[in-house]
Design a protein around this ligand. Structure first.
Ligand code: C2E
Ligand code: MG
Ligand code: MG
Ligand code: MG
Length: 286
């Protein structure tokens, strides 16, 4: 897997540090430097309402620009950061920055749309988590309704009562709660009955071959129907083609995120994107 990512990654992961322990030690100290020196950046991917082609929200995705190694995708460091506890510092930065940037979009008159942020289990289960999020909203001046927190099913598996309490508190303050990568976790569906959530996001592994694989189609169709009956919003991620979009629309999915609509982009590009989008939306209104 590391090999496919190109030369730099290959050397880093396989040759120089071919045993797991030294790799972890090196990655851990590289991460610490990244935290201290601010090597992270957030990219933002717009989410769309299909029928109107309107942007209805964004997702913040972390990017690590290592001074020598270049870009390192989140899949290669979030797991370890979770194990070492460094994820807390990283993700606090993520939440704060995403709130700040969404407030900037608002101040520029570019829209008041929810910004989704991926949470880490450690961050979510930490005591004082809700208070910390509220403090960041206060500090950045972002209305609570413009923040959405994405959790994976696995976060909810243990300590369900505590999770319900935390989610209820978030919801009471108007913060949105989304189940990310829906269908890939190992939790039971019964949590849908008990947990105060707003939206589920169908994992992109089900979307990829949804047109050709009748099993994927059945799963996706089932998830959408269930979400609609439970009055939960449902969004498909990894929508890469016009055919995906058309097919999913026929299954009554109306919210989309994926390369077909827009790629994750740096904040400045998002600003330009939203300017153009709003201008176009204005034209169609006239
Ligand atoms: P995720 O939350 O499920 O994010 C969606 C991933 O799918 C992103 O990958 C995004 O770039 C990618 N994607 C979006 N549209 C498409 C598409 O049409 N096709 C394909 N093939 N991929 C698409 P990314 O940015 O590499 O992030 C991977 C995962 O890393 C995220 O999955 C999330 O679990 C985690 N992650 C990202 N940012 C953060 C963060 O700030 N904090 C934490 N704790 N985890 C993060
Ligand atoms: Mg996500
Ligand atoms: Mg996801
Ligand atoms: Mg995913």
């Amino acid at each position: 897997q590391a090999k496919r990512r190109g030369r730099n990654t290959y050397y880093w992961f396989s040759r120089e540090l071919d045993d797991r322990v030294s790799h972890r030690v090196a990655l851990r100290s590289a991460l610490q430097r990244a935290i201290d020196e601010g090597q992270f950046e957030l990219h933002y991917q717009p989410q769309f309402h299909g029928a109107s082609s309107r942007v209805v929200g964004y997702e913040a995705l972390i990017r690590w620009h290592h001074p020598e190694r270049g870009f390192i995708p989140p899949g290669e460091f979030i797991g370890l950061a979770e194990e070492t506890g460094q994820i807390v510092a990283i993700n606090d930065w993520v939440v704060r920055t995403a709130c700040q940037d969404n407030r900037r979009l608002m101040d520029m008159g570019l829209g008041q749309l929810p910004m989704a942020v991926n949470l880490s289990p450690t961050q979510f289960h930490r005591s004082g988590f809700v208070e910390a999020v509220l403090a960041m909203l206060e500090e950045t001046g972002l209305p609570a309704a413009l923040l959405e927190l994405e959790l994976t099913e696995n976060i909810l598996m243990d300590s369900t009562d505590k999770a319900i309490e935390t989610l209820s508190a978030l919801r009471q303050h108007g913060i949105g709660v989304v189940i990310d990568d829906f269908g890939t976790g190992f939790s039971s569906l019964s949590y849908l009955k008990h947990l105060p959530i707003d939206k589920i996001k169908i994992d992109r592994s089900f979307i990829k071959d949804v047109i050709s694989d009748h099993r994927d189609a059945a799963i996706v169709q089932g998830i959408i129907a269930m979400a609609n009956r439970l009055q939960l919003k449902v969004i498909a991620e990894g929508v890469e083609t016009q055919a995906h979009h058309a097919y999913l629309s026929r299954l009554w999915c109306d919210l989309f995120q994926g390369f077909y609509f827009a790629r994750p982009m740096p904040f400045d590009d998002l600003v330009a994107f939203m300017r153009e989008h709003n201008a176009r939306a204005h034209e169609t209104d006239l």
